[in-house]
Design a binder for this molecule. Structure first.
Ligand SMILES: Cc1ncc(COP(=O)(O)O)c(C=O)c1O
Length: 468
């Protein structure tokens, strides 16, 4: 993607677009993003980058829409499959049989270990969460579910009930009853709750929004044993971890454990056409339940023909190019570079952790999440902090990235860190006083103060430096 010859968008026009976004969608969202310098417009997109139209410059996409762009932005092979598909297909009728649905089903289960050979097609991650939990409840005839603190499975009914952060759900109670929360990686807590009442234990093998926490091998193997002992369905949410993100096709492969049910979404779309799936084992009671209730979970947007054509191409692309190997190799180097940064900045960075190209960098202070996002944006890097843990910056770059791109990214991150040091000269002493620290960590204070800085900057650019 070259930026030369691209017609730049004037600041007035960009401002008007942001105004319209605020007017018709959400002013609060614009202000929230603006405070961390994330109110960027995206124009052309390719590989690891998108072009910001007012600057006419490429931004490194470290967010990938929370892990949707594993195959890279606007991957030409995926877009071509969609274009070709349009010759013969539309969405299709959701209950009718079709070749694209069968092709995707066969390809998807061929990538899954063990007897994960059956599936239900869905529209999104939250929809797939609901499908997976309904399957476990319907098949076992039990009601209760064990979920994890800090978990994120989506913003809708069932998935919201299992969200490990009260902030998102306290206004909407009562939600689905019978959800028990335990700490991630705490096997004893699950053992204490395990009983004939529990239909399922559901977790992300690597928590994404929760701040990139990797499940231990013994923990996952222990969960498998507990579930077997009590007839509980073990469910993995592979919405972010799937499709090579962690250095294997599925994160479950790191543990040598097959869950009874797993569900996925996001990168199955190739960043081009949303889709999702619940994949389950050919075992009782799952099989009998689904055969007796074939419409237990359907939606018009789940498993559309065009979506399935795109998803089939995504799987071909990943398998033919063995992209999981790239995620492991590039992820190893990226993590090593961030680890060096942590050693050099031990007063600000607490920990670097992750698997493959699902990497989190935890800061000592929550407010540093927004501050670092701002400094990264000035280095033309778009990176967001975790929804359920603002002190953790997530790096989920497209897994098609090259080593040169990762070296370039590390250089930009180092520059952002150096720039942030200037702010910290004032802010770190304040952060050591509890009352100021709680103010700095307060999201409303951040939104107000950072927007003020941007207002002053815009004023100087427009009226003093006279840049349009
Ligand atoms: C692990 C996980 N599960 C489920 C979801 C929900 O997916 P969707 O946004 O498609 O509903 C997300 C979205 O961020 C996720 O990260």
């Amino acid at each position: 993607m070259t930026t030369s010859g691209l017609k730049k968008m004037g600041r007035e026009e960009a401002g008007y677009i942001k105004y319209l976004f605020g007017r018709h969608i959400s002013k609060g969202q614009v202000r929230y993003l603006r405070c961390a310098h994330l109110d960027t417009l995206e124009r052309s997109r390719q590989g690891c980058f998108f072009v910001e139209p007012t600057l006419g410059e490429k931004f490194f996409d470290c967010f990938s829409s929370a892990g949707c762009f594993n195959v890279g932005r606007s991957n030409p092979e995926i877009l071509k499959a969609l274009e070709d598909g349009l010759d013969d297909y539309d969405m299709g009728s959701f209950q009718m049989l079709s070749v694209p649905k069968i092709e995707l089903a066969r390809k998807l289960v061929s990538t899954c270990p063990g007897d994960l050979k059956r599936l239900v097609l869905c529209a999104s991650g939250a929809d797939a969460f609901a499908g997976a939990v309904k399957l476990a409840k319907g098949a076992t005839g039990r009601n209760d579910v064990i979920s994890m603190n800090k978990a994120y499975h989506g913003h809708e009914g069932f998935s919201l009930s299992a969200n490990g952060k009260d902030y998102y759900k306290h206004l909407f109670v009562p939600l689905m009853p019978g959800v028990h929360f335990v700490d991630f990686n705490d096997l004893e807590a699950v053992r204490r709750l395990a009983s004939e009442k529990i239909a399922a234990v559901v977790l992300e093998p690597v928590q994404g929004e929760g701040g990139i926490h990797v499940a231990g091998k013994e923990y996952i193997q222990g969960l498998r044993r507990i579930c077997d002992e009590h007839g509980i369905m073990l469910i993995f949410d592979e919405v972010q971890t799937g499709f090579c993100r962690t250095g294997k096709m599925w994160a479950m492969e790191h543990y040598g454990v097959t869950p009874d049910i797993m569900f996925t979404a996001k990168s199955i779309s190739g960043g081009a056409y949303p889709n999702g799936a619940v994949v389950f084992r050919e075992i009782e009671p799952l099989m009998s339940y689904v055969e007796a209730n074939p419409f237990f979970h359907t939606s018009h947007a789940g498993g559309t023909d065009l979506g399935c054509i795109v998803s089939s191409k995504v799987i071909d692309f990943l398998v033919e190019n063995r992209v999981w190997e790239n995620a492991a190799r590039i992820g190893g180097r990226f993590k090593e570079g961030l680890e060096q940064l942590r050693k050099d900045n031990g007063d600000i960075i607490k920990e670097v952790r992750g698997l493959g190209l699902m990497i989190g960098m935890e800061y000592e202070y929550e407010f540093v999440g927004a501050l670092m996002a701002e400094c990264l944006a000035r280095q033309r890097v778009w990176a967001a902090y975790s929804g359920n843990a603002p002190q953790v910056m997530r790096f989920q770059i497209p897994i098609t990235a090259t080593m040169e791109e990762v070296e370039d990214l590390l250089r930009r991150i180092r520059s952002a860190m150096a720039a942030m040091r200037w702010y910290l000269v004032f802010l770190l002493p304040l952060a050591r006083v509890p009352v100021f620290r709680s103010l700095l960590d307060n999201m409303k204070v951040q939104i107000f103060s950072f927007n003020l800085v941007r207002d002053v900057e815009d004023f100087v650019l427009r009226h003093v430096l006279r840049r349009s």
